[in-house]
Design a binder for this molecule. Sequence first.
Ligand SMILES: Nc1nc2c(ncn2[C@@H]2O[C@H](COP(=O)(O)OP(=O)(O)OP(=O)(O)O)[C@@H](O)[C@H]2O)c(=O)[nH]1
Ligand SMILES: Nc1nc2c(ncn2[C@@H]2O[C@H](COP(=O)(O)OP(=O)(O)OP(=O)(O)O)[C@@H](O)[C@H]2O)c(=O)[nH]1
Ligand SMILES: [Mg+2]
Ligand SMILES: [Mg+2]
Lengths: 278, 291
Amino acid sequence: QLFRDGEIDDAFFETLEEALITGDVGVGAALQLVEQLRREAGRLRTRRREAARELLVVKITALLENPPAETLPAAKPLVILLVGVNGSGKTTTAAKLAYRYRRDGRRVMLVAGDTFRAAAIDQLQVWADRAGVELIRQQPGSDPSAVFFDALNAARARSADVIIGDTAGRLHTKTNLMEELKKINRVIGRALPGAPHQVLLVIDATTGHNGINQASRFNEAVPITGLILTKLDGTARGGIVVGVQDILKIPVCYVGIGEKIDDLEPFDAAAFARALLG
Amino acid sequence: HLAEKLQKTLRYLRGKGKLSEKDVDLAMREIRLALLEADVNFKVVKDFVAAVRERAVGKEVLHSLTPGQQVVKIVHQELTALMGREQSRLLASTAPPAAVMLVGLQGSGKTTTAVKLAVHLQRGGRRALLAAADIYRPGAIRQLEVLSESVKMPFYSGANARPVEICRQALKLASREGYDYVILDTAGRLHLDEAMMDELKEIKAAVKPAEALLVVDAMTGQDAVNAAAAFHRAVGLTGVILTKLDGDTRGGAALSVRSVTGCPIKFAGVGEKVDALEPFHPERMASRILG
Ligand SMILES: Nc1nc2c(ncn2[C@@H]2O[C@H](COP(=O)(O)OP(=O)(O)OP(=O)(O)O)[C@@H](O)[C@H]2O)c(=O)[nH]1
Ligand SMILES: Nc1nc2c(ncn2[C@@H]2O[C@H](COP(=O)(O)OP(=O)(O)OP(=O)(O)O)[C@@H](O)[C@H]2O)c(=O)[nH]1
Ligand SMILES: [Mg+2]
Ligand SMILES: [Mg+2]
């Protein structure tokens, strides 16, 4: 009922701002989007709310639309690294991705790059078994860079098509942990030039403005090639990915919509934009 | 920084005696933006700003302060008052052991916090049993077991039992062994999941916990009120623990959760190690939110 058809007035724009802010788009992005919409709606002389709303959906969709798929030959093996703050859903998502690639007929391997957190390797092992893929792992407490170095060599020897690496959760404010991530990235590149081909930042859909800091700081440490928005099956609308586009053009690749192994979907910008506005 | 922003907005007011409605309107716009940027819930901000506005209009500006500083002082006081008093004690039971139930959304920090609480209790001379009631998440039981072992805390997990039964058995064991507390680590769940929310109600009815604590990630945005309200309705919370405060999130979720549940925020998780638990400081949180 936010967009029941009618005249466009200040109250209408305020309800739009509220929808965006409560969707966690971020105050800056929300105000900017509505300001742009005011001008555009004015230029187009649209007087109907429905038309203005549609304009906003189109705007947000355009912001989030993924660039066309690369026409470069796919790297072999394709190396994907999952990174992000604590509890965002990296381990579960690593398994979901592995399962997805395996269902597509690829030869997939998972790497237990979280050698720090209690039972992190056990957790990923259960998932790897469910996904039907092999997990490359070492003792808890091992140096994650060493784990990745050995894993890449092992995976190549076994002709894996896709290698998916899970890493430990880390707050972007912890310099030593961000240094560790840089080292993992360097070491992977040394083991296989060009790798990691994808570094995906896993963000919880309930995240507020901090998601912008996360994207910015993680990207400073290792170039982030894509975002994965998890827990979109909850009530949070995950608008923070819009806020992130304000400072970094990082496409959203997938969304996590549950705790089961097939609860991963490719990102649909238009559907997301529509749901965001409620 | 809010005080500076307000000072820029109100700089023409230098030397005025009282804050007029117009002065306050200008200031409230900045306050509102600051709180929204800090992730305080939209509706909570609206109510808060209205309350502060009321207190600020006609207020005498102290000689030692600029009008901007005067407004910030009122906001800070109001925010601190809303955060509640410092209350970082776990309620005990008249008939020990007292059960402490940890609940919350997926990944908020419950399992880690369970062990932190046990360590905290031990420092206060109380013995706690850690019970693994999350039978769903792969490796969850093992995670609690490893953490418990790392601090030599007693640990209980049921063999092939449902969570309600695990909690009942844990309580029985704790009673036999003379523990003061049983800390129940439950599975992360969505408040939308009726079956899982029913499970929490069942556990609560079975163990009659002295504490039902909502564990909330401090980076949570606008959605904090939805989850908090739902968990409170389902379980009847007695307190909140805010985790991952060692990051750079402003933590406005604290104000949102507090206003919608009325529960005290008892502790702050400030790191991944099992000793990274602090009493929640309302005044410090108020400053952090204001930026
Ligand atoms: N509802 C829902 N829960 C999810 C989703 N993705 C992950 N989870 C849950 O979120 C919790 C945390 O997931 P993990 O995969 O352990 O997160 P993580 O980022 O690896 O955590 P750390 O390694 O500790 O930093 C688990 O309970 C998962 O089941 C999702 O898309 N929807
Ligand atoms: N930096 C930091 N990390 C924390 C804190 N509390 C928990 N964590 C981390 O957050 C992640 C999730 O913690 P868990 O204890 O597994 O969360 P949970 O609520 O039990 O997760 P589910 O059982 O899947 O719902 C882990 O990587 C923890 O180490 C904290 O206060 N600070
Ligand atoms: Mg993990
Ligand atoms: Mg847990």
